[in-house]
Design a protein around this ligand. Structure first.
Ligand code: PEP
Ligand code: MG
Length: 591
């Protein structure tokens, strides 16, 4: 894909891919040739079977030793990167330990009478083909892991050396067809500024590792290798998902400025992440993260979020024709739960419909006159209980690996809560009968408060809900009858409208009276402008995109909660949104 940019000069070319690790790298390119090894393939006699199987088992132990060495080297890494590479290398060792892979290769040597290298190649191809048939992004990424292990075995058998990425000049931008996660983990972030690849996806280990090493990465860049020569100047922009080849001076200057701004932001994040989240007068505030992709767990951890306050599960259902089954959902959720190291993960059930139409699954509401008021979110889940049951079972099972909470979108009445609780009970009984591991006790079941009717009946809903999460985005949209995605009325969308604020206030008071937790997870929570007002209204738990966490924390640390509460009271007496905004901005300017 190629689009022209303002600065595109004579030699400059901008290639587009998928930015999977944020940041900007500017430097000379190191082009890594793909290292395909030639695999000798020949037939063997019956008397050679044992010898080939012995060669195989030597290669397996050689590869395992190599992986153990790699693991001890990776011990020098810190934080999530170390953990990620640890898991990964263990998984590789697992694949080499009495696994289907090894047994399959042994069988091929004996039955097909072929040499060990050919048998490895055939077995890997068969496993990868099996994964490909399942047409599943997660499994496609795992296929890369299987290939990596197969590659290691073949290198052991043919004694082909493993290409390492040592001794690169400082600031190098690595350009490659693909990079193995093990290579990525051992890159020296002091030498490598970032990288771009032709292959790869957002969920691969390489992407995860790049994020935790803080190295910008753009994957899926077609035409990359043809367009760049070693030593050429390149810009990798992991935020925009762009690779600029031979940039002009003006483009370079602009990229340097953006790089500096991002670094400044990162330094702030690191500094603020370490500080406690308390107001100036000593009240602790829980700051949690909203995430939409598994890869964002690392960002939540880096920002020291106290948990995931909202996991939007729509990603599981996007860009695919076939719905993910319980097992696939479970594995992804389990990884997220594990990634949060014992901190709670609030998993929202599917919220599709209206602005979130997903492939064919939104089709049921796509034809509706008024999809925002149609068959979406919990309504769709209750109409298609098999969808909800699979999701609840997956969440319950993921809850065996760490604390989870279940959050239901677009709840309008207590009867919906009751129906879901009933289904959850059935699901729990079924899991018990199956002998599955699942969360005990049953996770809390909460309601999104984002429909005005739900806010106005929050006292009744509090009886059937274990917690509330205020979705101020939809609450504003439905209260003011403003489509959140319609530019023509966007200027009228205003969460400071007294109607919205009163609904928030009513909900918080109902939750406090019923002694159930209440948080805000709409965009308001991530904007420091609103922090004094939300805290002043009694909220003590805010959930936001990880990127907003440092600024909100900075704001609340400077805040005197007693005066914020007084200001919130004054604001709640006003009827005019303009006056409310002025009172809030005046408070922010002075305190
Ligand atoms: C909201 O409506 O405020 C919310 C958090 O949910 P979403 O933005 O996913 O609709
Ligand atoms: Mg919503």
């Amino acid at each position: 894909m190629k689009r022209k940019t303002a600065h595109e000069g004579a030699g400059e070319r901008v290639l587009h891919g998928l930015g999977v690790a944020a940041g900007i790298a500017i430097g000379p390119a190191h082009v890594r040739e793909s290292s395909s090894i030639s695999v000798p393939e020949y037939a063997i006699g019956a008397d050679q079977v044992e010898g080939e199987q012995k060669r195989l088992s030597d290669a397996v132990s050689g590869a395992r030793k190599q992986l153990a060495k790699l693991k001890s080297k990776a011990g020098g890494l810190h934080g999530p990167a170390a953990e990620e590479i640890g898991y990964l290398l263990d998984a590789y060792v697992q694949m080499l330990t009495g696994s289907r892979l090894v047994r399959g290769v042994e069988r091929r040597i004996a039955e097909q009478r072929i040499n060990a290298e050919a048998a490895v190649k055939a077995e890997i191809a068969a496993i990868v083909e099996g994964f490909a048939k399942m047409d599943d992004e997660y499994l496609a990424e795992r296929a890369a892991d299987i290939r990596e292990v197969g590659d290691r075995l073949i290198r052991q058998l043919t004694r082909a050396p493993y290409q390492t990425l040592k001794e690169l000049p400082e600031g190098t931008v690595l350009i490659a067809e693909d990079l193995s996660p093990a290579d990525t983990a051992l890159l020296d972030p002091k030498m490598v500024g970032g990288f771009a690849t032709v292959l790869g996806g957002p969920e691969g280990h390489t992407a995860i590792m790049a994020r935790s090493l803080g190295l910008p990465l753009v994957v899926g860049v077609t035409g990359l290798l043809a367009g760049v020569k070693p030593g050429d100047m390149v810009i990798v922009d992991g935020v925009r998902g762009e690779v600029t080849l031979s940039p002009t001076e003006a483009t370079l200057e602009q990229a340097r400025r953006r790089q500096e701004a991002l670094r400044h932001e990162q330094r702030l994040l690191q500094r603020v992440a370490k500080l406690p989240s308390v107001t100036r007068d000593g009240t602790e505030i829980a700051l949690e993260a909203n995430i939409e992709l598994p890869g964002e767990v690392a960002l939540a951890v880096a920002a020291a979020a106290e948990g995931i306050g909202l996991l939007r599960t729509e990603f599981l259902f996007m860009n695919r024709d076939k719905l993910p089954d319980e097992d696939e959902q479970y594995k992804l959720l389990r990884d997220i739960v594990r990634g949060m190291n014992g901190k709670p993960v609030t998993i929202r059930t599917l919220d599709i419909g209206n602005d979130k139409l997903i492939g064919n699954h939104g089709a049921e509401s796509a034809g509706a006159m008024n999809p925002a008021l149609g068959l979406r979110a919990i309504r769709l889940s209750l109409k298609r209980p098999e969808l909800l049951e699979a999701q609840l079972a997956a969440i319950m099972r993921a809850g065996a690996h760490g604390p989870v909470r279940i959050l239901l979108p677009m709840i309008a009445s207590s009867s919906e809560m009751k129906q879901v609780r009933e289904i959850l009970n059935q699901v729990r009984k079924r899991l018990k009968r199956r002998g599955a591991r699942y969360a005990k006790p049953t996770p809390p079941l909460g309601a999104m408060i984002e429909v005005p009717g739900a806010a106005l009946s929050a006292d009744a809903l509090a009886v059937t809900s274990d917690f509330f999460a205020l979705g101020t985005n939809d609450l504003t949209q439905y209260t003011l009858a403003i489509d959140r995605s319609d530019e023509q009325v966007a200027h009228l969308y205003n969460p400071l409208h007294p109607a919205v604020l009163r609904l928030i206030q009513f909900t918080v008071e109902a939750a406090l009276r019923a002694r159930i937790p209440v948080s805000v997870c709409g965009e308001m929570a991530g904007d420091p402008r609103f922090t004094p007002l939300l805290l002043g209204l009694g909220i003590r738990d805010l959930s936001m995109a990880p990127v907003h966490l440092p600024r909100v924390k900075q704001r609340l640390r400077a805040l005197d909660l007693a005066s914020a509460t007084r200001r919130a009271r004054t604001i709640m007496e006003q009827a005019d949104p303009v006056r409310i905004a002025a009172l809030l901005d005046d408070f922010n300017g002075g305190a």
